[in-house]
Design a protein around this ligand. Sequence first.
Ligand SMILES: Cc1cc2nc3c(=O)[nH]c(=O)nc-3n(C[C@H](O)[C@H](O)[C@H](O)COP(=O)(O)OP(=O)(O)OC[C@H]3O[C@@H](n4cnc5c(N)ncnc54)[C@H](O)[C@@H]3O)c2cc1C
Length: 562
Amino acid sequence: MPSHDVLIIGAGLAGQRAALSAAEAGASVAIVSKVHPVRSHSVAAAGGINAALNPEDSWESHAFDTVKGSDYLGDQDAIEIMCREAPDQILYLEHLGVTFHRNDTGHLGTRAFGGASAARTYYVADITGHAILHVLYEQLMKRSEQIDRYEEWFTTDLLQDEEGRCTGAICRDLRNGALEVFNAKATILASGGAGQVYKPTTNGLIVTGDGISQAYRIGAKLMDMEMVQYHPTTLAGNGLLITEGARGEGAWLLNAEGDRFMEKYAPNKFELASRDVVSRAEQTEINEGRGFSDGTVALDITKVPRRRTLEALREIVNIGRDFAGVDITREPIHILPGMHYIMGGIKTDSDGETTVPYLYAAGEVACVSVHGGNRLGANSLLDTLVFGRRSGAHAAARALQMPMPSTNSARVAETEKHITAIMNRPQGGRRIGAIKNELGETMNEYVAVFRDEAGLTKAHEIVRRLKEEATVAAIDDRGSVFNQDVIAAIELGYMLDVAETIVVGALERKECRGAQWRIDYPGRRDDEWLKHIDISMNGADVPLVSFSPVTITRWEPEERTY
Ligand SMILES: Cc1cc2nc3c(=O)[nH]c(=O)nc-3n(C[C@H](O)[C@H](O)[C@H](O)COP(=O)(O)OP(=O)(O)OC[C@H]3O[C@@H](n4cnc5c(N)ncnc54)[C@H](O)[C@@H]3O)c2cc1C
């Protein structure tokens, strides 16, 4: 049985950063990933990472922008920590070898991003996540004596002792189907977001909410689940992302009448208002008949000098050409708001501790909450690094003081039984893909940019029905080698859990704040709703709602305009 001081589930930026900091603190570490680490979804991050590193900028300004961007739902103590620690993270990465863009004077150069009062986004063309992930992975390999990598291992369940403390996880080796208990003094979930709950989404097929559901199932509280970000610039149909970097470089948004409509909605910031504001503006233009016949508006990147686009936005040049047949350097491209990011997740403190003892969470799986009702672009990579590092350090310090827990390996038998039952399901029920499609389309119809009671109630009924159907959905592959059918069946269960908590949170919050725009409850209502919605499982697969206060340190809520 593999036994380690710290077990990390997920090898994207949060997991890798946590592994390095736990190892630096002297802990033995296991890092598990269901795909090869450099295929983790962080690899898709494009536009950059925020930090107030320039002497003319300040962490206070970054923190205020983040608080305002969150529509005052973010916890200000955690936001202060993130923004204070941001410059060190950029320097750490630069010293490890991340080739951040340099300007004409040879200094680290920045680009503007939405909702920010200064250009403070550091970037590597439009492949920032790719560049960082590969450099961190080199460091993991360099520390292979301390960090054991379990690549293409799938975590199915978290383990607890009689006192409810997390003692590790059960993982399946995807190469041969073998199940193992991973024993650990502390476990860090870094398993990413839940984009596949929606269709379309900018997120890859592997982003299925596994960690959020696994933690929920063992009693951890989730927080801010209703806050799901729609990114303003995604391609119709496939959901592919056109990075906010394009607007940061100067691209305009135009409706079908050729108007630069953001002037109306955000007269100071135009296209660089925060994402919830821009997405609502676009959706309003489309709903009121000023969009194109394909239900989109246009992003005009020809405003950016062609040479600059080819240098700094080359991936989206490829995306435009390959997936929309458009040369973005010469003509506008049609876009619309699309599901992109989940602000909610497993409730943690600023050291990554969840409400389950010895279980930590960091990155998109977690909710610290630094993003509140709306994440600012380029603050997510920062979140993964700052809170990945902090979780790793805290978990290691604790683990080094503890004896190794002993896990009853008989627990594996239950998981084995569950998987065998999936394999033996009779044919005839609905296909897993069909259930997943209905889930994604339902969420995209009723739990999107604008929401109301009737739509959310309908979505909840559908999710409950899909939960029933998922328990009998048959699979074709009954083998043990790379059986992705079994994995898809398990992931579907996770996605349905996550969907239900999103819908329940959205039904509960009766106001407009950040990404939660209830057309039946206009206006932000701080008197009643300046609080987090926490959701836990009450033991019978019924989400239980409770509330917790928002931490305010120095920025009292005020009207939010851009
Ligand atoms: C197209 C796109 C562009 C983006 N651009 C930016 C940007 O420019 N700036 C920015 O700040 N943010 C950006 N974001 C958001 C940001 O990339 C993500 O929020 C962030 O990378 C998430 O990192 P993570 O480490 O939490 O998770 P991930 O990188 O998703 O990693 C999750 C890890 O968990 C593993 N895992 C999951 N489930 C299991 C399981 N059951 N068993 C074992 N392993 C498991 C996966 O294999 C993976 O290793 C972008 C997002 C998208 C989709």
